[in-house]
Design a protein around this ligand. Structure first.
Ligand SMILES: Nc1ncnc2c1ncn2[C@@H]1O[C@H](COP(=O)(O)OP(=O)(O)OP(=O)(O)O)[C@@H](O)[C@H]1O
Ligand SMILES: [Mg+2]
Length: 731
């Protein structure tokens, strides 16, 4: 029997009549996690791929740009070499032309020579001008101008001085000069050659000039006119000979290119240099190459931002395909996630519903088991009740007849005590089976508790403090007084056992209304709640779950029957209320008895003993009981206290006597009898004698508590019968 527990998972509050399983929290499902990862993946993976792809594609763009620059600079180198070669050739021709001609002769033949030289450079667009300067720095003859201005002194020109003093064979020089056509200052560079007499003495220089515009137009066609590019022709010392696109401040900005300057200083012949960052305005990629036969460098550069721009354009193509695909994938996994969530929610709900059903089935099973046990118990208890009524009654009579001083008196007393214990056990069994014959009346529970306060204190012992608090407006309860006392006593004993080291037990009495927060099995309405709490050991969940099972006890064999709480519960439920228990290990336990409020004011407990005198000797009682042991004993007792008694062994016989004998004042009738039962007998009797008083005595389970008939439970002591009879007659 110790294992008869219904599954319970409602935490540490237990309301035994309504064990509902709380909806179980839904576990985290693997599928959802996978889909979440997938969703994150659909965002992260494309981003990652884009980043990796972008990085490599940028590298490719960068290297392609560098290669293109290197290629272009190679073309530029070749072309510039050609230009310079042409100049050298032109200078050599002019030198040849003038070989053996003295300066005075030359001056004399200026016109012829001018024309011949002009013919030499005719059709060479790269040659802007060519002229000859004598050893004193005066112009001798020019290809473009005739006659030359002899008054101008060129001896201070850099190329003149370099060729004369340093005896260099050639000199390349950048300058800005007035253009012959438009007269504006334009960039030029010149290639000058030293003229020597056969003895090696200095005879002057031949100057061939290239216009910057020509170089620029070459680069323009090489670079396709793109503004992303810039190109320069530089001397070894970094001085700019020509620049594309033409702009006044470019030569200065060239100087800032330290890396390039360093490369030139190191006499590097070709290479590609990156400077700045791809995102700054100054970031550039510069390809340079040294001319094979001249101290001249050509460079072509491109802004790094333009490479990034080109790369972004490429990427935009991929993005146009990739982004919609990635978004589509993301939306798909989002959709899948939502669907899975929905399905799993439904699954969880179904699972919860199944679990709830299983719990309800288990409860039902348990209830059916209890019902069966209850039926069995109440059947046995009923028979024992009758036996005990006879045993107790006869022992009582024997004790009275033998007298206090008799030798058998102690034996009879001991037998009576044992029978009393049996009676108590039967009461508990019946209470648990909810088959006890209750006698509910309107009762002031405050008064009842203070009436038994002394008994409770004695039960608890000196180590435990008892605190009682009562609602001043406490309503009367509609309950059986003896059973309430018994219930409170049971709970007090439990509290005492839970506080072996001492503590405090509190009894609180209060009016409560059953609403949504109240135990769900309660009908809506007003209740009186007796709450008994202790600060003792408390119960763990397993114990709490079984505390209301009959015969469940954690106490040592012999010290607990495990019927205390079942009795309290059975009684409360049978009275139209319920029990609630809360417990926490180490904190304590609170048991609440919810008992229905009475509609009428309290009528108090059993009446006082003086009532016993009422009606004696003058009253005629009709005693109806089918039990041949019980009936003679009861009539014997009633007669012994002065009543006139008629006996009937069944309902029909009783009615028959009633019809023939008008002197009957009181009908005392057993409930369970073959044929007509007690209640039916009383009904029939009242049809004939509406003023007839009646008392139903019963040990039977099935008496409806609202039968409207005064009730006395078997087994009872003869005194109890006397008192009830007196009460009824006095009422
Ligand atoms: N106030 C309490 N504090 C801690 N545990 C309790 C308390 N009341 C009941 N219990 C636990 O519930 C079990 C069942 O209680 P119940 O009153 O039904 O039986 P019992 O006290 O063991 O025996 P009986 O009351 O029949 O003598 C107890 O054995 C005890 O383990
Ligand atoms: Mg107990």
């Amino acid at each position: 029997m110790r294992s008869m527990a219904a599954p319970n998972n409602s935490g540490d509050t237990k309301s035994p009549e309504s064990e509902k399983s709380a909806p179980r929290s839904t576990a985290a499902f693997g599928a959802i996690r996978t889909l979440r990862i997938l969703l994150v993946g659909t965002i992260i993976v494309p981003l990652l791929l884009a980043a990796i792809g972008g990085y490599f594609s940028y590298q490719a763009s960068y290297h392609a740009a560098a290669a293109a620059l290197a290629e272009a600079v190679a073309v530029a180198e070749e072309n510039t070499t050609k230009i310079l070669d042409t100049h050298m050739l032109v200078a050599a021709r002019i030198d040849d032309l003038l070989t053996g001609v003295t300066d005075p002769q030359l001056r004399a033949q200026e016109k012829t020579l001018h024309e011949r030289i002009a013919r030499q450079i005719e059709g060479l667009r790269q040659v802007a001008a060519a002229w000859v300067i004598d050893a004193n720095g005066r112009e001798l003859v020019s290809a473009r101008v005739f006659p030359v201005r002899r008054d101008l002194d060129h001896s201070r020109r850099e190329d003149f001085r370099a060729l004369r003093d340093a005896r260099l064979p050639t000199f390349i020089w950048a300058l800005r000069a007035r253009s012959l056509g438009r007269g504006d200052f334009e960039p030029y560079f010149t290639v000058s050659q030293r003229r020597e007499a056969p003895d090696g003495s200095f005879r002057g220089i031949i100057v061939v000039a290239v216009s910057g515009a020509y170089v620029a137009s070459f680069y323009n066609s090489l670079l396709g006119g793109s503004a992303q590019y810039a190109a320069s022709v530089l001397l070894e010392d970094g001085k700019s000979l020509a620049h594309y696109p033409e702009s006044a401040e470019q030569p200065e900005s060239r100087q800032r290119d330290d890396v390039l300057a360093a490369a030139i200083a190191a006499k590097a012949t070709a290479g590609v240099i990156a400077s700045g960052s791809p995102f700054s305005r100054g970031g550039r990629l510069v390809a340079y190459e040294r001319l094979a036969n001249y101290p001249v460098y050509v460079t072509i550069e491109r802004t790094r931002a333009s490479i990034v721009g080109e790369w972004l354009q490429n990427m935009a193509g991929y993005a146009a395909i990739g982004v919609p695909a990635a978004i589509g994938l993301m939306l798909l996994s989002l959709l899948a996630l939502r669907r899975t969530r929905r399905e799993q929610r439904a699954l969880a709900e179904a699972r919860d519903a199944i679990a709830e059903r299983a719990a309800i089935e288990a409860q039902l099973h348990q209830a059916q088991k209890m019902e069966a046990v209850g039926l069995l118990t109440s059947g046995i208890a009923h028979d024992f009740n009758n036996l005990l009524t006879a045993v107790v009654g006869n022992l009582e009579l024997a004790r009275v007849r033998a007298g206090e001083t008799s030798a058998v008196a102690p034996l009879l007393k001991a037998a009576l005590q044992s029978a009393g214990r049996g009676t108590a056990l039967i009461q508990r069994l019946l209470a648990f089976a909810r088959k006890q014959s209750l006698d509910p009346r309107s009762l002031d529970l405050g008064g009842l508790v203070s009436g038994i306060e002394e008994l409770l204190r004695r039960t608890l012992g000196p180590e435990i403090r008892l605190v009682i608090s009562t609602d001043p407006d406490l309503a009367p309860a509609h309950v059986d007084a003896n059973q309430v006392e018994l219930a409170i006593l049971n709970l007090t004993i439990n509290a005492r056992d839970a506080m072996p080291e001492g503590g405090t037990m509190r009894i609180a009495l209060a009016n409560r209304r059953a609403d949504r927060n109240s135990p769900s099995e309660l009908a809506p309405g007003d209740y009186v709640v007796v709450s008994i709490s202790d600060d003792g050991t408390g119960m763990d969940e397993a114990t709490l779950a079984q505390a209301f099972d009959p015969f469940f006890t954690t106490k040592e064999i012999g010290s607990g029957s495990g019927l205390g709480l079942p009795m309290v519960q059975g009684f409360s439920v049978q009275s139209g209320g319920t029990v609630r228990i809360r417990s926490k290990p180490g904190v304590g336990t609170t048991v609440e008895l919810w008992l229905p409020q009475a509609d009428d004011p309290a009528s108090g407990k059993a009446g006082d003993r003086s009532l016993l005198e009422i009606g004696r000797g003058t009253t005629c009682a009709l005693l109806c009981d089918d039990d041949d042991d019980v009936r003679p004993f009861l009539s014997e007792f009633l007669r012994s206290i002065g009543y006139t008694v008629h006996e009937a062994s069944g309902g029909e016989a009783a009615i028959h006597i009633l019809e023939s004998r008008a002197e009957v004042d009181l009908l005392i009738v057993d409930y369970a009898m073959p044929g007509m039962n007690g209640i039916e007998t009383i009904r029939q009797a009242r049809l004939r004698r509406p003023d007839l008083r009646s008392l139903l005595i019963t040990g039977h389970a099935g008496v409806p508590s609202n039968a409207g008939v005064p009730l006395l439970r078997k087994p009872f002591a003869p005194d109890e019968l006397a008192q009830r009879v007196a009460e009824i007659l006095a009422a």
